[in-house]
Design a binder for this molecule. Structure first.
Ligand code: 4AD
Ligand code: MG
Length: 431
């Protein structure tokens, strides 16, 4: 028999069906007993009344502990008061496995306790909602690029050199070939892909040995990186705003129940429509100064600076043309002012900070060699990358969106640790 799922009950009203799941909660009032079952897709309240149901089934109520796995049988009726809008009139119960005393109870637990039990915490309604929104975001990301003719380009995870600075590399020995590093970004490989296919996206896990303990940093996170041949910084900004609008629209459309579970204020998300405001780095510095921040032109923004800059806007804001010296080696300089890089960051509203970082790339061979030297990077490891400038170099641009920061912002979460099933942070490697 095909399984019937709770999220499909509207098609089974008045039918006698079986639902397979786990006990989420139970309560009793007089001769009536309620079992609240979760099956992964939703929550269903099941009712039985003493005298109407067989006594041996009725008495199972006392045996069934939280998270016991079971099949429940009964008739489905609509009930607006019940969670999910349906109720089952139980006729039978089959226990699969009685659960031992479950460590996560409806009372408040500390975050570290819950993080240690992350493998079980995933079953809780809040975590369940967050990971369904994450799924939707990833689906919307793929849909956006696939519908626009971008080709998925998988980049290696084990790499010979740094992409985003040498201070956050995870290092490992690689047989007889010396050191290898976990990738910080698939971008350089994505550029090769763009020269082969025109427009591509890399989508995979990336790694940064971040020594900082903040609410925005993981050591392992997922990044999607489009790269487009014959695109400049302006095209890049347009692509980024269309992309973010698509993601948010998709979550609002398909995951409103989950946003409600999270008590997310969706009126703010509804404002995420292009065009996004654009400010240059220098204008952003002026915003900070007006807010009384002692900030020196030329430095990179910290998390708090980003929060302050974005506070004046009701949707994501694009900051462009950063000082070249705070940005990566591969960025093209602004022809109007060579101290600036043709870079852009998209800052999410409500203080969530940078969710996208990108740029137009240096397409001149000699200048790129010079940058590699200036950044003390081993030129031999980048010789293949320089080939992209030797053989038919073209202007091109791209960006990277961090999935976890995006999930955190859209869900309205305090910390990125809840945005990925099993977070990796400087102080956490388990479960
Ligand atoms: O700004 P980043 O470092 O850019 C790059 O890696 C470029 N190669 C992307 C490109 O142009 N193809 O990182 C891009 C995004 C950030 O905006 C942020 O959302 C996320 O990746 N990110 C992190 N997310 C969680 N934890 C970390 N430690 C992160 N570091 C970056
Ligand atoms: Mg960045």
């Amino acid at each position: 028999m095909a399984l019937i799922y709770i999220d499909d009950l509207k098609n089974h009203i008045a039918e006698e069906i079986k639902i397979s799941g786990w006990l989420y909660n139970k309560r009793s009032s007089g001769k009536v007993r309620f079992l609240v079952i979760r099956d992964g897709t939703g929550i269903l309240q099941c009712v039985m009344v003493k005298g109407i149901i067989q006594d041996d089934v009725f008495n199972l109520f006392d045996t069934i502990t939280q998270e016991t796995s079971l099949h429940v049988f009964g008739k489905i009726k609509k009930d607006d008061r019940a969670p999910g809008g349906f109720e089952m009139e139980l006729t039978n119960i089959q226990i699969i496995a009685i659960a031992k005393e479950y460590p996560i109870t409806p009372k408040e637990h500390g975050v570290e306790f819950l993080m240690d039990l992350r493998h079980l915490w995933l079953r809780s309604s809040r975590q369940h909602a967050i990971l369904r929104i994450r799924h939707q975001i990833i689906k919307a990301i793929r849909e956006f690029f696939d519908n626009r003719g971008f080709i998925l380009m998988d980049a290696p995870i084990i790499t010979p050199a740094a992409c985003e600075g040498t201070s956050t590399l995870f290092e490992t020995d690689y047989f007889d070939l010396g050191k290898a590093y976990l990738t910080q970004s698939g971008q350089l490989y994505g550029e090769a892909g763009a020269m082969a296919h025109g427009k591509i996206y890399v989508f995979g896990p990336t790694f940064r040995a971040e020594k900082s303990k903040t609410r925005r940093h993981l050591t392992e996170f997922w990044m999607v990186e489009p790269e487009v041949a014959f695109a400049d910084l302006n095209d890049n900004m347009e692509l980024a705003e269309e992309f973010l609008e698509h993601i948010v629209t998709s979550v609002l459309k398909y995951r409103s129940a989950e946003l409600k579970t999270l008590e997310r204020n969706i009126s703010i998300l509804e404002k995420v429509k292009k065009p996004f405001p654009r400010v240059s780095y220098s204008e952003a510095v002026e915003i900070l100064k007006k807010e009384g921040i002692d900030f020196e032109w030329g430095n990179d923004f910290g998390g708090t600076d980003e929060t302050i800059i974005s506070e004046g806007f009701d949707r994501p804001v694009i900051v462009h043309r950063y000082p070249a010296k705070v940005k990566a080696f591969y960025m093209k300089r602004d022809p109007q002012n060579p101290d600036l890089a043709l870079a852009m960051d998209v800052l999410a509203p409500e203080g969530y900070g940078e969710i996208i970082g990108g740029s137009q790339r240096e397409d001149d061979f000699d200048l790129l060699v010079q940058r590699i030297k200036e950044h003390n990077l081993p030129q031999s490891a980048f010789d293949w990358y320089l080939d992209l400038r030797r053989y038919g170099s073209v202007p091109h641009a791209g960006f990277g969106l961090g999935v976890e920061r995006t999930v955190g912002w859209i869900c309205g979460l305090e910390h990125v640790r809840e945005t990925i099933p099993f977070p990796r942070m400087i102080y956490r490697l388990t479960p």
